[in-house]
Ligand binder design. Sequence first.
Ligand code: 5GP
Ligand code: ZN
Length: 114
Amino acid sequence: MAADCVFCKIVDGQIPAEVIAESEHTIAFRDISPKAPVHVLVIPREHEPDIASLAEASPLVAAELLAQSRAIASQEGYEDYNLVFNTGANAGQTVFHAHAHVLAGVDVSKLFLA
Ligand code: 5GP
Ligand code: ZN
């Protein structure tokens, strides 16, 4: 656990969150400021600052996180979804504990990729 990491505190139960799924190495909870009808964050229990660092340190956990993302979208009633990994402050990352944004119910790719 990293000191002063809000997501480590959620993993540890020190900060409440609406947890909707858990797996051996990941936990998923609703974003406090949702940007889509479904906006869930999937995070590793272990602290790594971003998804690339997680993939380098623990590739199986990174893979578990990707698989969990689809399971969560499905659990929320969506087959199709967007996964966003903001990586670095200049790319909008504000919490430096790896996390996937699982977004469903609106095609966010239209906002910036189309
Ligand atoms: P980032 O900008 O780092 O990619 O995403 C961080 C996300 O974490 C934001 O969408 C923000 O709304 C969410 N967030 C920040 N603090 C909390 C919190 O304490 N609880 C929950 N559920 N979400 C949080
Ligand atoms: Zn952390």
